[in-house]
Design a protein around this ligand. Structure first.
Ligand SMILES: *[C@@H]1O[C@H](CO)[C@@H](O)[C@H](O)[C@H]1NC(C)=O
Ligand SMILES: *[C@@H]1O[C@H](CO)[C@@H](O)[C@H](O)[C@H]1NC(C)=O
Ligand SMILES: *[C@@H]1O[C@H](CO)[C@@H](O)[C@H](O)[C@H]1NC(C)=O
Ligand SMILES: *[C@@H]1O[C@H](CO)[C@@H](O)[C@H](O)[C@H]1NC(C)=O
Length: 184
């Protein structure tokens, strides 16, 4: 147990060095204006909840209580983008060959061949706010899905053609104080 406590302290220290941020969609006068970008089941959606998970048997209830996992934060955004997670090794964001915005599973760096891992650019507003913007080369679109996950997010990579009904959107960032999940 002692080593787990030491490990948690180390993680807390590591977390303090990282800047985490949440992402909100922006497309005025549309149904996808101001919805949170959420990680769920390996993909991303606008609105709804996040599928965060914390292995409390291994990590402990006390540590897990800090990471409810019902919202989504990110880290990086300079060329590459990661999820804001505590799990060792992190979780990388990529655009799969079918255009779906996706993330790696915890404890794995696997991404399908033909995926795009770069093209991100996060910039800050110089207005004293904690807001900024995040762009993906080619742009981001949200496509209608179903009642539970109304809008699925895609990155417009080469050879991806957004089906009719999809809407492009801008991504507004806000600084978050910590990772929101142990892992997704
Ligand atoms: C997430 O869960 C925590 C703890 O249960 C709760 O306090 C918080 O309001 C929830 N946040 C969202 C965005 O649902
Ligand atoms: C990132 O975006 C900013 C603001 O639009 C721009 O000035 C900068 O050149 C971009 N950086 C890259 C690497 O594209
Ligand atoms: C909604 O779409 C998501 C993403 O494709 C899928 O995982 C989920 O099972 C769907 N839910 C229903 C109720 O069809
Ligand atoms: C796009 O499609 C063309 C034609 O099928 C193919 O030659 C090319 O390799 C594809 N590009 C990517 C990045 O998959």
């Amino acid at each position: 147990m002692k080593s787990v406590a030491a490990f948690s302290t180390l993680l807390a220290y590591a977390a303090a060095q990282t800047t985490y941020f949440g992402v909100i969609s922006s497309r005025s006068a549309s149904p996808i204006h101001l919805l949170p970008l959420q990680a769920n089941g390996g993909k991303f959606f606008l609105g709804g909840t996040a599928s965060g998970y914390c292995p409390s048997e291994a990590i402990g209830d006390e540590t897990c209580a800090h990471y409810p996992g019902n919202s989504t934060t990110f880290a990086g955004g300079d060329v590459s983008l990661s999820l804001g997670v505590v799990v060792p090794g992190g979780q990388q964001v990529y655009v799969a060959p079918d255009g779906t915005l996706s993330y790696t599973q915890a404890h794995s760096a696997f991404v399908p061949e033909g995926s795009v891992r770069t093209g991100w650019n996060k910039t800050e507003r110089n207005d004293g706010s904690n807001l900024g913007s995040l762009s993906f080369e080619g742009g981001l679109v949200a496509c209608p899905r179903n009642e539970t996950q109304p809008w699925q997010v895609y990155g417009q990579i080469e050879n991806f053609t957004a089906p009719e009904g999809c809407l492009g959107f801008g991504a507004v960032t806000y600084t978050a104080s910590d990772a929101a999940a142990w892992q997704y």
